[in-house]
Ligand binder design. Sequence first.
Ligand code: 13P
Length: 292
Amino acid sequence: MLVTLKELLKDAKRTPYAVGAINVPNLEAIRAVVEAAEELNSPVILQHAEVHENLVRLEEIGPVMLDYARRAKVPVAVHLDHGASFDMCVQAIRLGFTSIMYDASSKPYEVNLAETKEIVKIAHAAGVSVEAELGHIFTSAVGGGEGRGSDSSEDYDDLEDVYTDPDMAKAFVEETGVDCLAIGFGTVHGIYLKEPKLDLDRILQIKNKIDIPFVMHGGSGVSEADYKTAIRNGICKINYYTYMNKAGGKGVIECLKKMIAGETVFFDELSLAATAEMKKNVKEAMKIFMNP
Ligand code: 13P
Protein backbone atom coordinates (compact mmCIF):
# COMPACT_ATOMS: atom_id res chain seq x y z
CA MET A 1 0.00 0.00 0.00
CA LEU A 2 1.19 3.48 -0.91
CA VAL A 3 1.91 5.74 2.10
CA THR A 4 3.65 9.05 2.79
CA LEU A 5 7.19 9.15 4.12
CA LYS A 6 6.04 11.14 7.14
CA GLU A 7 3.58 8.42 8.14
CA LEU A 8 6.12 5.68 7.59
CA LEU A 9 8.89 7.34 9.59
CA LYS A 10 6.60 8.18 12.52
CA ASP A 11 6.39 4.51 13.47
CA ALA A 12 10.09 3.91 12.82
CA LYS A 13 11.05 6.78 15.12
CA ARG A 14 8.74 5.62 17.91
CA THR A 15 9.98 1.98 17.96
CA PRO A 16 12.87 2.69 16.90
CA TYR A 17 14.00 1.05 13.66
CA ALA A 18 15.09 2.32 10.25
CA VAL A 19 13.31 1.94 6.93
CA GLY A 20 15.46 1.02 3.93
CA ALA A 21 15.23 3.61 1.14
CA ILE A 22 16.46 1.89 -1.98
CA ASN A 23 17.22 3.36 -5.40
CA VAL A 24 15.43 1.37 -8.09
CA PRO A 25 16.47 2.46 -11.60
CA ASN A 26 15.20 -0.76 -13.26
CA LEU A 27 12.42 -3.33 -12.96
CA GLU A 28 14.79 -5.92 -11.49
CA ALA A 29 15.57 -3.61 -8.55
CA ILE A 30 11.89 -2.74 -7.98
CA ARG A 31 10.93 -6.43 -7.86
CA ALA A 32 13.89 -7.35 -5.65
CA VAL A 33 13.10 -4.63 -3.10
CA VAL A 34 9.33 -5.15 -2.93
CA GLU A 35 9.70 -8.95 -2.65
CA ALA A 36 12.34 -8.56 0.10
CA ALA A 37 10.11 -6.14 2.05
CA GLU A 38 7.05 -8.39 1.73
CA GLU A 39 8.98 -11.47 2.86
CA LEU A 40 10.28 -9.55 5.90
CA ASN A 41 6.93 -7.88 6.48
CA SER A 42 8.78 -4.56 6.59
CA PRO A 43 7.84 -1.13 5.25
CA VAL A 44 10.16 0.17 2.54
CA ILE A 45 10.90 3.25 0.43
CA LEU A 46 11.34 2.99 -3.35
CA GLN A 47 13.33 5.96 -4.62
CA HIS A 48 14.42 7.46 -7.92
CA ALA A 49 17.53 9.64 -7.89
CA GLU A 50 17.67 12.60 -10.26
CA VAL A 51 21.19 11.52 -11.32
CA HIS A 52 19.72 8.22 -12.52
CA GLU A 53 17.80 10.06 -15.24
CA ASN A 54 20.54 8.84 -17.59
CA LEU A 55 19.56 5.24 -16.78
CA VAL A 56 15.80 5.74 -16.82
CA ARG A 57 13.63 8.84 -16.77
CA LEU A 58 11.26 9.68 -13.93
CA GLU A 59 8.24 9.57 -16.29
CA GLU A 60 9.16 6.01 -17.32
CA ILE A 61 10.05 4.43 -13.97
CA GLY A 62 7.82 6.55 -11.68
CA PRO A 63 4.46 4.98 -12.71
CA VAL A 64 5.98 1.48 -12.35
CA MET A 65 7.28 2.29 -8.85
CA LEU A 66 3.85 3.63 -7.88
CA ASP A 67 2.09 0.56 -9.28
CA TYR A 68 4.30 -1.82 -7.27
CA ALA A 69 3.83 0.32 -4.15
CA ARG A 70 0.02 0.34 -4.45
CA ARG A 71 -0.11 -3.44 -4.91
CA ALA A 72 2.44 -4.25 -2.15
CA LYS A 73 1.32 -6.08 1.00
CA VAL A 74 3.48 -3.75 3.12
CA PRO A 75 3.53 0.07 3.43
CA VAL A 76 5.66 1.63 0.67
CA ALA A 77 6.61 5.29 0.18
CA VAL A 78 7.65 6.40 -3.31
CA HIS A 79 10.32 9.08 -3.06
CA LEU A 80 12.45 11.38 -5.24
CA ASP A 81 16.09 11.11 -4.10
CA HIS A 82 18.47 14.11 -4.37
CA GLY A 83 16.06 16.26 -6.34
CA ALA A 84 18.26 19.08 -7.59
CA SER A 85 15.78 21.16 -9.52
CA PHE A 86 12.42 22.70 -8.82
CA ASP A 87 11.06 21.15 -12.05
CA MET A 88 12.00 17.60 -11.06
CA CYS A 89 10.35 18.00 -7.64
CA VAL A 90 7.11 19.29 -9.17
CA GLN A 91 7.18 16.49 -11.76
CA ALA A 92 7.46 13.87 -8.99
CA ILE A 93 4.60 15.48 -7.03
CA ARG A 94 2.40 15.50 -10.16
CA LEU A 95 3.16 11.83 -10.84
CA GLY A 96 1.92 10.91 -7.36
CA PHE A 97 5.18 10.41 -5.44
CA THR A 98 4.46 10.57 -1.71
CA SER A 99 7.73 12.30 -0.82
CA ILE A 100 10.56 14.27 -2.34
CA MET A 101 14.09 15.17 -1.31
CA TYR A 102 15.18 18.64 -2.29
CA ASP A 103 18.97 18.74 -2.06
CA ALA A 104 20.47 22.22 -2.06
CA SER A 105 23.18 21.21 0.42
CA SER A 106 26.00 22.26 -1.91
CA LYS A 107 24.60 25.82 -2.03
CA PRO A 108 25.24 28.47 0.66
CA TYR A 109 23.18 27.92 3.85
CA GLU A 110 20.85 30.88 3.22
CA VAL A 111 20.07 29.67 -0.31
CA ASN A 112 19.48 26.08 0.88
CA LEU A 113 17.13 27.46 3.54
CA ALA A 114 15.15 29.75 1.22
CA GLU A 115 14.77 27.22 -1.60
CA THR A 116 13.86 24.33 0.70
CA LYS A 117 11.24 26.49 2.43
CA GLU A 118 9.64 27.22 -0.95
CA ILE A 119 9.56 23.52 -1.93
CA VAL A 120 8.06 22.56 1.46
CA LYS A 121 5.20 25.02 0.91
CA ILE A 122 4.34 23.46 -2.45
CA ALA A 123 4.84 19.82 -1.42
CA HIS A 124 2.89 20.08 1.83
CA ALA A 125 -0.02 21.71 -0.02
CA ALA A 126 -0.12 18.54 -2.14
CA GLY A 127 0.17 16.21 0.89
CA VAL A 128 3.74 15.22 -0.03
CA SER A 129 6.53 14.84 2.58
CA VAL A 130 9.90 16.60 2.21
CA GLU A 131 13.48 15.57 3.05
CA ALA A 132 16.31 18.10 2.87
CA GLU A 133 20.06 17.87 3.47
CA LEU A 134 22.36 19.89 5.67
CA GLY A 135 26.10 19.20 5.82
CA HIS A 136 27.91 17.25 3.12
CA ILE A 137 27.77 13.58 2.23
CA PHE A 138 30.75 12.66 0.11
CA THR A 139 30.33 10.81 -3.17
CA SER A 140 32.88 8.15 -4.01
CA ALA A 141 34.37 8.03 -7.50
CA VAL A 142 33.37 4.33 -7.53
CA GLY A 143 29.66 3.52 -7.75
CA GLY A 144 28.47 6.72 -6.06
CA GLY A 145 25.85 7.55 -8.65
CA GLU A 146 23.21 9.10 -6.40
CA GLY A 147 25.06 12.13 -5.12
CA ARG A 148 26.20 14.82 -7.51
CA GLY A 149 29.76 14.85 -8.80
CA SER A 150 32.33 12.76 -6.97
CA ASP A 151 35.06 13.30 -4.41
CA SER A 152 38.45 11.60 -4.27
CA SER A 153 39.57 9.65 -1.20
CA GLU A 154 41.89 12.59 -0.31
CA ASP A 155 38.85 14.83 0.00
CA TYR A 156 37.62 12.66 2.85
CA ASP A 157 40.34 14.13 5.06
CA ASP A 158 38.88 17.57 4.71
CA LEU A 159 36.09 16.94 7.20
CA GLU A 160 35.42 20.44 8.51
CA ASP A 161 32.12 21.11 6.74
CA VAL A 162 31.07 17.47 6.34
CA TYR A 163 29.42 17.14 9.71
CA THR A 164 26.06 18.79 10.26
CA ASP A 165 26.11 21.46 12.94
CA PRO A 166 23.39 20.72 15.59
CA ASP A 167 22.37 24.37 16.15
CA MET A 168 22.19 25.00 12.42
CA ALA A 169 20.08 21.85 11.98
CA LYS A 170 17.61 23.05 14.60
CA ALA A 171 17.27 26.48 12.97
CA PHE A 172 16.99 24.93 9.49
CA VAL A 173 14.25 22.45 10.46
CA GLU A 174 12.25 25.04 12.39
CA GLU A 175 12.44 27.58 9.51
CA THR A 176 11.75 25.20 6.62
CA GLY A 177 9.26 22.75 8.20
CA VAL A 178 10.89 19.69 6.54
CA ASP A 179 9.61 16.27 7.62
CA CYS A 180 13.05 14.64 7.87
CA LEU A 181 16.67 15.71 7.47
CA ALA A 182 19.66 14.03 5.83
CA ILE A 183 22.62 14.75 8.08
CA GLY A 184 26.36 14.52 7.50
CA PHE A 185 28.28 12.40 9.99
CA GLY A 186 30.94 10.87 7.76
CA THR A 187 29.13 8.39 5.49
CA VAL A 188 29.92 8.31 1.75
CA HIS A 189 27.80 7.51 -1.34
CA GLY A 190 29.22 4.58 -3.31
CA ILE A 191 32.17 2.33 -2.47
CA TYR A 192 34.38 3.55 0.40
CA LEU A 193 37.83 4.40 -0.90
CA LYS A 194 39.17 4.42 2.65
CA GLU A 195 37.91 3.61 6.16
CA PRO A 196 35.09 6.05 7.01
CA LYS A 197 35.39 8.20 10.13
CA LEU A 198 31.83 8.14 11.41
CA ASP A 199 30.78 10.55 14.15
CA LEU A 200 27.77 8.62 15.47
CA ASP A 201 27.49 10.82 18.59
CA ARG A 202 26.76 13.73 16.28
CA ILE A 203 23.36 12.15 15.46
CA LEU A 204 22.49 12.19 19.16
CA GLN A 205 23.72 15.77 19.55
CA ILE A 206 21.43 16.83 16.70
CA LYS A 207 18.53 14.80 18.11
CA ASN A 208 18.92 16.57 21.45
CA LYS A 209 18.31 19.85 19.62
CA ILE A 210 15.58 18.82 17.19
CA ASP A 211 13.49 15.67 17.47
CA ILE A 212 12.55 14.68 13.90
CA PRO A 213 13.53 11.56 11.89
CA PHE A 214 17.07 11.69 10.45
CA VAL A 215 18.35 10.13 7.25
CA MET A 216 21.62 8.28 6.63
CA HIS A 217 22.84 8.61 3.05
CA GLY A 218 25.65 6.37 1.85
CA GLY A 219 24.25 3.30 3.63
CA SER A 220 26.42 0.76 1.75
CA GLY A 221 29.60 -0.34 3.53
CA VAL A 222 28.55 0.64 7.07
CA SER A 223 29.19 -2.07 9.69
CA GLU A 224 26.30 -3.83 11.45
CA ALA A 225 27.33 -2.29 14.80
CA ASP A 226 27.45 1.23 13.30
CA TYR A 227 24.05 0.83 11.64
CA LYS A 228 22.57 -0.19 14.98
CA THR A 229 24.13 2.68 16.93
CA ALA A 230 23.07 5.16 14.24
CA ILE A 231 19.47 3.90 14.41
CA ARG A 232 19.37 3.99 18.20
CA ASN A 233 20.74 7.56 18.02
CA GLY A 234 17.97 8.79 15.69
CA ILE A 235 18.44 7.54 12.11
CA CYS A 236 15.04 6.36 10.78
CA LYS A 237 15.69 6.16 7.00
CA ILE A 238 18.76 4.51 5.48
CA ASN A 239 19.55 5.20 1.83
CA TYR A 240 21.07 2.10 0.30
CA TYR A 241 21.91 1.20 -3.29
CA THR A 242 25.56 0.56 -4.23
CA TYR A 243 25.99 -2.82 -2.50
CA MET A 244 22.67 -4.08 -3.85
CA ASN A 245 23.64 -2.94 -7.34
CA LYS A 246 27.00 -4.70 -6.98
CA ALA A 247 25.22 -7.89 -5.88
CA GLY A 248 23.10 -7.73 -9.05
CA GLY A 249 26.31 -7.57 -11.08
CA LYS A 250 27.56 -10.67 -9.27
CA GLY A 251 24.41 -12.56 -10.30
CA VAL A 252 25.04 -11.68 -13.93
CA ILE A 253 28.70 -12.77 -13.70
CA GLU A 254 27.63 -16.24 -12.49
CA CYS A 255 25.46 -16.56 -15.63
CA LEU A 256 28.26 -15.36 -17.85
CA LYS A 257 30.55 -18.03 -16.42
CA LYS A 258 28.08 -20.64 -17.72
CA MET A 259 28.12 -18.91 -21.10
CA ILE A 260 31.93 -19.00 -21.21
CA ALA A 261 31.72 -22.73 -20.42
CA GLY A 262 29.69 -23.14 -23.62
CA GLU A 263 26.09 -23.05 -22.35
CA THR A 264 23.46 -20.94 -24.06
CA VAL A 265 22.38 -18.12 -21.75
CA PHE A 266 19.34 -15.99 -22.54
CA PHE A 267 18.88 -12.40 -21.38
CA ASP A 268 15.89 -13.45 -19.21
CA GLU A 269 18.26 -15.53 -17.11
CA LEU A 270 20.56 -12.54 -16.52
CA SER A 271 17.60 -10.45 -15.42
CA LEU A 272 16.33 -13.15 -13.02
CA ALA A 273 19.81 -13.83 -11.61
CA ALA A 274 20.38 -10.13 -10.95
CA THR A 275 16.96 -9.85 -9.27
CA ALA A 276 17.63 -12.85 -7.00
CA GLU A 277 21.05 -11.54 -5.89
CA MET A 278 19.77 -8.01 -5.29
CA LYS A 279 16.87 -9.37 -3.25
CA LYS A 280 19.19 -11.48 -1.10
CA ASN A 281 21.48 -8.51 -0.49
CA VAL A 282 18.80 -5.97 0.34
CA LYS A 283 17.01 -8.45 2.60
CA GLU A 284 20.13 -8.91 4.74
CA ALA A 285 20.53 -5.14 5.06
CA MET A 286 16.85 -4.60 5.90
CA LYS A 287 16.97 -7.31 8.60
CA ILE A 288 19.60 -5.22 10.41
CA PHE A 289 17.65 -1.97 9.89
CA MET A 290 14.56 -3.59 11.47
CA ASN A 291 16.32 -4.84 14.61
CA PRO A 292 18.79 -2.27 15.96
P1 13P B 1 25.12 4.00 -1.19
O1 13P B 1 25.75 4.46 -2.47
O2 13P B 1 26.12 3.97 -0.07
O3 13P B 1 24.39 2.71 -1.32
O4 13P B 1 24.05 5.12 -0.77
C1 13P B 1 22.91 5.36 -1.53
C2 13P B 1 22.36 6.71 -1.23
O5 13P B 1 22.72 7.35 -0.27
C3 13P B 1 21.32 7.25 -2.13
O6 13P B 1 20.95 8.56 -1.83
